[in-house]
Ligand binder design. Structure first.
Ligand code: FEO
Length: 403
């Protein structure tokens, strides 16, 4: 992928990972991703961020198409996760930079990752700035967006925010900018990324956005470390992040289930009908077909989460345990839900699901529905009624938020 001049004398020199569908082992990335790095040509030539170790030669060729690597003076490491720092040992050897800038926690993490105490670290904190010549770089810590070390770099002369993972998306594309791709697809991928990576730190997102607003900095381009660069829709993505973080109630429910012989599936459909009868949107997702990260992507704008599993070995199905573990870790707030379960003889799964939902801070409509073997008409009617109850609880949440 050719390097791209994103601002005068500022180049995207990143790498497109066209075929990665498994992002960091926990989220799907069906459209691939990119690892963005940026080269600023000024009196002090500066490289912002890098790429995974396996792509270090791709980064080398990208930079080499502009300058020899040894001409680089500074490296800024906004985030130490290996998809942005893996190439550091290689770069340090080739470049031998005068200074490496990172946050204080980034300094510790670079030591922990690469065990190189002699690199020329210059830890910085919010409020610190450096001159590159014609340009300044202002640093802003963005702790827990999404690691403790995370940091933004802002270049006021170019109104450019280099934001590491924040505002990123997993999109492999020959296009670099938001006005060159389908906006609906871009916003969907941004939401999917947020709700699988940044969601637990939503309070921090609001705080960082408030800090940025208070500082009164002008931003006309946001260059994240994954995916597409924002230049025509900067206010849109900033507002979207506020809304993602806010998690306002919405009249929508996700019904997620696993099934062995389709009884739980029949119950899921009946519950969805009850939800829809009350004027609330419903999305049914079978865990054999949908990855847990896709369910979280769908739950982004859903206030209801209804979980179903047959009893299996006195517990729940393995894919449901996987999903509930994943969802609980992402700490969505303000959700209401319910459990439903089929069983053959012992029937523990309803209680197991209910306890899981409660432990994930979901307000549970109890007692849920438990059906022995194949549900008959009466049992499906019970499921429909549970759907109506969940929908009413969702509508109450929405009304409360709008009051
Ligand atoms: Fe893209 Fe947190 O690394």
């Amino acid at each position: 992928m050719p390097v791209t001049e994103i601002k005068k004398d500022i180049y995207w020199v990143g790498v497109v990972d066209w075929n990665i569908h498994d992002f960091h082992g926990y989220s799907r990335s069906p459209q691939g991703t990119t690892y963005n790095a940026y080269l600023v040509m000024d009196e002090k030539i500066t490289l912002f961020d890098s790429v995974p170790a396996k792509y270090q030669m791709d980064l080398y060729h990208q930079i080499r198409s502009i300058i020899p690597l040894e001409k680089i003076d500074y490296i800024v490491c906004n985030h130490i996760e290996p998809d942005h720092s893996g190439a550091m040992p290689f770069l340090m050897e080739k470049i031998q930079p005068e200074k490496v800038f990172c946050s204080k926690l980034g300094h510790r993490m670079l030591l922990d990752h690469f065990h190189q105490p002699d690199w020329p670290y210059h830890p910085v904190q919010t409020g610190d700035s450096i001159s590159l010549g014609k340009r300044t770089v202002q640093f802003m810590e963005a702790r827990m967006l999404h690691w403790p070390d995370s940091m933004f770099s802002y270049i006021p002369e170019d109104k450019l925010l280099i934001s590491n993972d924040a505002f990123g998306q997993n999109i492999a594309s020959s296009e670099r900018f938001d006005d060159e791709v389908d906006l609906a697809m871009l916003m969907k991928e941004s939401s999917h990324y947020y709700h699988n990576i940044i969601l637990p730190y939503s309070q921090r997102v609001t705080a960082v956005l408030d800090d940025v607003a208070k500082m009164g900095i002008e931003i006309d381009m946001i260059a994240p470390d994954h995916g597409i660069i924002w230049r025509s829709n900067v206010p849109l993505i900033l507002q979207a992040y506020r809304e993602y973080a806010e998690q306002r109630p919405n009249k929508k429910a996700v019904i997620v289930y696993d099934t062995m012989w389709h009884s739980t599936e029949k119950m899921a459909k009946a519950i969805a009908e009850g939800i829809m009868e009350e004027g609330v949107s419903a999305k049914i997702m079978a865990l054999k077909q949908y990855h847990h990260s896709d369910v979280m992507g769908e739950l982004a704008d859903a206030t209801g989460i209804v979980c179903g599993s047959p009893t299996h070995n006195n517990g729940i199905m393995p894919l449901m345990a996987d999903f509930l573990t994943y969802m609980k870790g992402l700490r969505p707030v303000g959700r209401v839900g319910a459990a439903f379960a089929s069983f053959g003889w012992s029937g523990e799964s309803l209680n197991v699901l209910t306890d899981w939902l409660k432990s994930a801070k979901v307000e549970v409509v109890e007692p849920g529905v438990k059906g022995k073997n194949v549900p008959d008409h009466a049992k499906l009617a019970e499921c429909k009624e549970l759907g109506r109850q969940v929908a009413r609880a969702i509508k109450a949440k929405v009304a409360e938020a709008e009051a």
